[in-house]
Design a protein around this ligand. Structure first.
Ligand code: ACO
Length: 425
């Protein structure tokens, strides 16, 4: 399979075919417009490959997700999040020495510049934590030099990963009016984050192992997902050679929407609404199926996964483990399980291949951990950060990268003459 043929307007065009290591096939149209004058039209880019990438492989039909070749099921249960960060960014699992140096670097850089604390004071107490996170990550650009050299890139990547969790925890402390807590170098990423959120200067907080493990798993499950909305945003902004922190702030904002990372917050709000209305999940499903109602079953459906989302399977089990350990009964979990069962047996969802995605159960775990609903997407962003960084780095190092600049089919008015104000009807 070397090329494909396109017949357009009586002429034949040969399109080179590119095949990936897992057999994915792409028709290369880079010369199509120059040769034929035509462009392709693909709203939402569902059939468009925007780059070549060695980072993450997804087979949506088979429910497969691998980072750098390693199955998500193995990483989520056996690896540490900081190890997965290294794997995604540098392509290989770190050996002992590399990992020790990596962790040392991450802890050395985990403090934020004391001047940045003033920014937190400026935000209103009810500000959405995603607004604060994206602003603070972008503000890092004002404190650290542009990554001109490879060493500069390495340092800024380290700074970003290390400081983001501190910024996230400070955001939470700000929202509840408590003094901030500083990171402790010997703690894991997940334990540090939870401790910075829940300890106070007068009361220490012993991070329960089960919560540390569950958070570690969640962060790994979120760590990369190839060319999704926020990652494509990072690559889009990065293609103009904007600096690392600015690209990451753009990714955070791309993630925020309810159709993407904001879905974990939207799922809990949906479950709460069903609960408040008497728990009638069947009635809610009827509303979802009635297109006029404009209601979606949040946490269901995915652009790529059409059989199951492997991350949702792992998360469902983690949700059970956390709730069992805490001894907490969450009626929302029962509603979620009932909704899932009813939807999976319903023709509407079966025909459209709609299955629970990663966000369907993640909010339930976050809530059991005591994390406020508005912080859920912040946790997603912390998990996705290494993926964004890896994709940004790959894009930067790829000689094929050009500034991203899609075309369009113009459908507006054709040329017309300006009408002065007093002559307009
Ligand atoms: N509830 C009800 N119907 C749905 C849902 C849903 N959650 N998702 C898709 N559909 C229906 C659509 O109405 C459409 O029906 P139609 O063919 O009769 O018009 C069909 O399924 C296809 O849906 P699209 O919107 O075209 O699918 P797309 O790939 O563009 O969207 C998305 C994917 C955004 C994830 C969508 O399924 C959705 O809105 N889900 C709910 C939000 C959500 O959970 N987002 C998180 C995704 S995971 C992540 O980003 C981390």
């Amino acid at each position: 399979m070397k090329s494909a043929k396109l017949v357009f307007d009586g002429k034949e065009y040969e399109l080179p075919v590119e095949v990936g290591t897992e057999g994915e096939v792409g028709l290369d149209i880079t010369k199509l417009r120059a040769q034929s004058g035509a462009i392709t039209l693909d709203p939402g880019y569902a059939n468009t490959g925007s780059c070549r990438s060695d980072i993450t492989f997804i087979d949506g039909e088979a429910g497969i997700l691998r980072y750098r070749g390693y199955p998500i099921e193995q990483l989520a249960t056996q690896a540490m999040f900081s190890e997965v960060c290294y794997l995604l960014i540098y392509g290989e699992l770190p050996n002992k020495e590399q990992f020790a140096a990596w962790r040392r670097g991450l802890s050395q850089h985990s403090f934020i510049h004391e001047d940045m604390l003033k920014f937190f004071e400026g935000f209103p107490t009810n500000a959405h934590p995603m607004a604060i996170l994206s602003s603070m990550i972008c503000a890092l650009s004002a404190y650290y030099p542009l990554e001109h050299t490879e060493e500069g890139v390495r340092l800024n990547i380290m700074r970003l990963l290390a400081k983001a969790k501190t910024i996230a925890a400070f955001t939470y402390k700000k929202s509840i009016g408590q003094p901030v807590m500083y990171p402790i170098s010997s703690y894991s990423y997940a334990a540090n984050l939870l401790r910075m959120m829940y300890a106070t200067p007068s009361e220490p907080y012993e991070v329960p192992k089960v919560l540390e493990n569950a958070l570690n798993t969640l962060l790994i499950l979120h760590a990369d997902h190839e060319q999704n909305c926020s990652t494509s945003t990072v690559r889009m902004v990065g293609s103009s050679q904007a600096r690392l922190f600015a690209c990451m702030a753009a990714g955070i904002n791309g993630l925020w929407g309810p159709l993407h990372g904001g879905a974990n917050q939207a799922v809990i709000e949906m479950l709460e609404e069903i609960k408040e209305q008497g728990g009638d999940y069947k009635k809610f499903l009827q509303q979802v199926k009635d297109k006029k109602a404009g209601v979606r079953l949040m946490g269901f459906g995915h652009r790529v996964y059409k059989n199951f989302d492997p991350r949702a399977k792992i998360i469902k089990k983690a949700a059970d483990d956390v709730l069992n350990h805490i001894g907490m009964e969450d009626p929302s979990l029962d509603i979620a399980k009932n909704l899932e069962e009813a939807a999976l047996a319903d023709d509407y969802f079966v025909e459209r291949k709609l299955y629970p995605n990663v966000d369907f159960y993640s909010g339930i775990i976050y809530r059991a951990m005591g994390i406020p609903v508005e912080m859920f997407t912040v946790f997603f962003a912390l998990g996705r950060l290494p993926g964004w960084i890896a994709q940004w780095k790959e894009m930067r190092e790829d000689p094929a990268t050009r500034i991203h600049r899609p075309r369009q089919i113009y459908t507006g008015a054709t040329q017309r003459d300006f009408v002065p104000m007093d002559q307009r009807s």
